[in-house]
Design a protein around this ligand. Structure first.
Ligand code: DQA
Length: 150
C-alpha cells in the first residue's frame, strides 16, 4: 500500500530542461527516482506522479482524501490561482506538505505570492530545490498520521 503520494503539477515533467537557472538541472525522472529512494530510506512506499491536466490532479487528491493518504504536493502554477485545487486540498485529513523548488514568495512576479495550497498544508517548503522533497518525506515519516495510515 502506498504510504505517501508525491504529486506534481504542470510543466514539472520538463525539469532539467525548463529554466534550469531557476529549477535546477535534475530531470523529472531523476527526481521521481530520488523520491522513491528517499522513501525506502525513511520506510515509506512513495508513489510519484506528474500531470499537465488539472482534472487529473483533482482526481488524485480526491482519491487521497478517500484513502487518507499523506500527500507531498508541488502544484506548480495551479498553486497560485486554482480554487478547484483549494477545495480538493481542503478535504484532506492526512497531512499535506506543499513543496516548491524555487521560493515563489520571494520571486518578482506578484501572482506567485499567493498559494491556495498553503492554508491546508501542515508545512510549506520552498527554495530548497529537490532537497525540499526529501525534507517533505522526512516530515511525513516522522508524523504520527503517516505512520497511522500504514
Ligand atoms: C514552482 C513555482 C511555481 O510558481 C511555478 O509556477 C512552477 C514551479 C516551483 O517548484 O518552484 O511551475 O512550483
Amino acid at each position: 500500500m502506498t504510504d505517501v503520494l508525491v504529486l506534481n503539477g504542470p510543466n514539472l515533467g520538463r525539469l532539467g530542461r525548463r529554466q534550469p537557472e531557476i529549477y535546477g538541472t535534475t530531470t523529472y525522472d531523476e527526481l521521481a527516482a530520488l523520491c522513491v529512494q528517499w522513501g525506502v530510506e525513511l520506510g515509506l512506499e512513495v508513489d510519484v506522479r506528474q500531470t499537465n491536466w488539472e482534472g487529473a490532479l483533482i482526481d488524485w487528491l480526491n482519491a487521497a482524501a478517500d484513502s487518507v493518504t499523506p500527500v507531498v504536493l508541488n502544484a506548480a502554477a495551479w498553486t497560485h490561482y486554482s480554487y478547484a485545487l483549494y477545495d480538493a486540498c481542503a478535504q484532506l485529513t492526512a497531512p499535506l506538505v506543499e513543496v516548491h523548488l524555487s521560493a515563489p514568495s520571494k520571486r518578482p512576479e506578484e501572482f506567485r505570492h499567493t498559494s491556495v495550497v498553503a492554508p491546508h498544508a501542515a508545512l510549506t517548503i520552498e527554495g530548497e530545490g529537490i532537497d525540499g522533497y526529501r525534507q517533505a518525506l522526512a516530515f511525513l515519516a516522522s508524523s504520527d498520521s503517516a505512520a497511522e495510515s500504514r
